[in-house]
Write a protein that binds this ligand. Structure first.
Ligand SMILES: NC(=O)c1ccc[n+]([C@@H]2O[C@H](COP(=O)([O-])OP(=O)(O)OC[C@H]3O[C@@H](n4cnc5c(N)ncnc54)[C@H](O)[C@@H]3O)[C@@H](O)[C@H]2O)c1
Ligand SMILES: O=C(O)C(=O)C[C@@H](O)[C@H](O)[C@H](O)COP(=O)(O)O
Length: 542
């Protein structure tokens, strides 16, 4: 799959005159065999006049209108590399078109360098009407005006400081291999997926935090050691917080211990949290960020497949209490998510497989292409060796992560606080959470959700929504990758009691998510208890 969902250029390059947009744009176009458009050159061709003379004859406003038409056209028609004149994104119509392109999955790269270096490069060119007169101070004033707009628009910043164009080009090509899913809403952010995306942490944290609390578990120590060293090399004071592993770390007691440490270390509102680990660690890290001084910045760096595809995104943060899973928490959005696929190399294979439970869920509730990809690769996924993932398999996994996060993003962007549509992400979870609890978390989340989906499919079948074949498809696709589809623990009464504590329940009314066809979930309120019992019986011993 292409790394973008929308049509249009593979990358749009923005930045000040002298940043290297044209040279790097041409370089990557020839390396990747893509066509290249420089918006200034396209305007000159269309108008049959040079940029300085269009400025002189028609004025800047008329020029920006012409430029906007050319850019918007290229955003629709061009599928290669598009480099924009320095002032193009400042014009409102052009900026809005660029935002739409980015929000549809497009890549906007902002090239930046030391101002003096860019000024020196820019003065080598004569084709810069806005630099005439007292050119240096004008350039600096424009830089101050434009930089915030560039930063707001771009989903990647590439430094070309003291770098040959070929170096900048390589950085940009690496960035183009990344997959980016944008989560919109009141506090928008990006989920970056790919080999080496952890490097973006510095850009995400920015310069305001002095201290960073790195919350992680022991099994990912290799990665947390590297992350700590990296954060220190960037100049942050790192507070290393190792929490008990898995659900044992997702408790009020652990959270309370972290709050005490933050207080002892004088953690302030401008400091930040980084969650590094599986979904349990990122849930706790988000909860700490949400609650410390009523909310500070945090970035999630998921290390398990499940955390990459689901837990790290969407802002559900929290802890368990003995009475139920995730009963205490808050919706609190991260600054960004860095799903660095290099982390998967140490993930135990069985835990990778469990993460596929949430991947398949996203196929059932929205993106049915996910189900095709899982079926096409079921044997390779079943036999996965995380320590030796081939480049082909890496691409398959990265695509599954991107598609699953996109499903999550669509639900979360529309309904952050789960008043309706977001509940569809809970497919399989009503029973799944009860199984985890009754099994004292020896059954991990993704596996429990897999059985929970078979139960939900049986319930939908009993009530006439889906046929036997669709139920059987649930079993066959999940078992093809090595997930269990039945559960013999607990008893109906204790399961029912736990399902009444589910967050979708209202008063005494149970609410399930079921399918009325593949890819189409619906709410099911208060089904007859006999049907729930019958569905429960059907997931046992088969
Ligand atoms: N907030 C949300 O929206 C959301 C969504 C889905 C799941 N969750 C939560 O996420 C948790 C499940 O996540 P999970 O499956 O990642 O479980 P987990 O966090 O318990 O991780 C599973 C195990 O894998 C280890 N691990 C993780 N990455 C590793 C790596 N790269 N190398 C070696 N070991 C590694 C962990 O330390 C742990 O031992 C549950 O608590 C679930 O409720 C939250
Ligand atoms: O993000 C959501 O919304 C989900 O429901 C995603 C689920 O896969 C995830 O397990 C979530 O943690 C469940 O939340 P809960 O509200 O049912 O505890």
């Amino acid at each position: 799959m292409e790394r973008r969902h929308g049509d249009g250029p593979r990358v749009v390059i923005i930045g000040m005159p002298g940043a290297g947009k044209t040279r790097i744009g041409k370089e990557i176009s020839s390396m990747l065999k893509l066509s290249f458009i420089d918006s200034d050159v396209a305007i000159e061709r269309q108008e049959g006049a040079s940029i300085p003379s269009i400025f002189q004859d028609l004025g800047e406003d008329a020029f920006r209108d012409i430029e906007s038409d050319v850019v918007i056209q290229a955003l629709h028609d061009h599928d290669g590399v598009l480099s924009l004149g320095g002032g193009a994104p400042i014009f409102r119509r052009t900026r809005k078109a660029l935002e739409r392109y980015r929000d549809n999955g497009g890549l906007i790269a902002y090239l930046d360098a030391d101002p003096e270096e860019m000024i020196e490069r820019a003065f080598r060119s004569r084709n810069r009407p806005l630099l005439e007169g007292d050119a240096r101070s004008k350039w600096l004033r424009l830089y101050d005006e434009r930089r915030p707009v560039f930063e707001q628009l771009a989903n990647i910043v590439i430094s070309t400081h003291r770098a040959a164009p070929s170096v900048g080009a390589h950085k940009l090509i690496n960035a183009m291999k990344e997959r980016i899913v944008h989560v919109s809403g009141a506090d928008p952010y990006d989920v970056r997926i790919g080999d080496g995306v952890f490097e973006h942490l510095r850009q995400l944290l920015g310069s305001s935090p002095v201290r960073v609390a790195l919350i992680h578990t022991m099994p990912v120590q290799r990665h947390s050691d590297a992350a700590r060293a990296q954060l220190r090399s960037w100049g942050y004071e790192v507070l290393d917080i190792s929490i008990p592993d898995a659900e044992a770390g997702k408790t009020v007691q652990v959270a309370s211990g972290i709050w005490k440490r933050l207080a002892d270390e004088g953690f302030t509102r401008s400091d930040a949290v980084v969650g590094l680990g599986g979904g349990a660690a990122t849930d706790v890290a988000g909860f700490i960020a949400a609650t410390w001084m009523r909310g500070i910045a945090y970035v999630n760096c998921p290390t398990s497949l499940l955390a990459m595809v689901d837990a790290s995104t969407g802002g559900k943060t929290g802890v368990n209490i003995p009475e139920g899973k995730n009963l205490v928490g808050s919706f609190y959005t991260p600054q960004g998510v860095l799903a660095d696929t290099r982390f998967l190399s140490t993930l135990p294979n069985d835990i990778f497989i469990e993460g596929l439970g949430e991947v398949v869920k996203s196929g059932f509730i929205m993106d049915t292409r996910i189900l095709d990809i899982v079926q096409e690769n079921s044997q390779a996924l079943h036999d996965i060796d995380c320590a030796h993932i081939s480049p082909e398999m890496h691409d398959v996994i990265a695509e599954l992560i991107e598609r699953t996060v996109s499903v999550k993003s669509k639900h979360v962007s529309a309904d952050l606080k789960e008043s309706g549509m977001r509940e569809f992400l809970n497919y399989g979870h009503t029973l799944g959470h009860a199984i985890e609890q009754i099994e004292h978390f020896r059954w991990r989340h993704g596996q429990a959700v897999a059985v929970g989906m078979v139960f939900a499919a049986e319930l939908a079948n009993i009530l006439g929504y889906i046929d036997d074949e669709t139920v059987e498809f649930h079993r066959s696709i999940l078992s093809s990758v090595g997930l269990k589809t039945s559960w013999n623990g607990g008893d109906f009464a204790s399961v029912l009691a736990l399902m009444h504590k589910d967050k979708k329940a209202r008063g005494n009314t149970l609410r399930f998510i079921v399918l009325d066809r593949i890819g189409h979930p619906i709410h099911l309120d208060n089904p007859p208890e006999s049907a729930v019992r019958e569905a429960f019986d059907r997931i046992r011993n088969n």
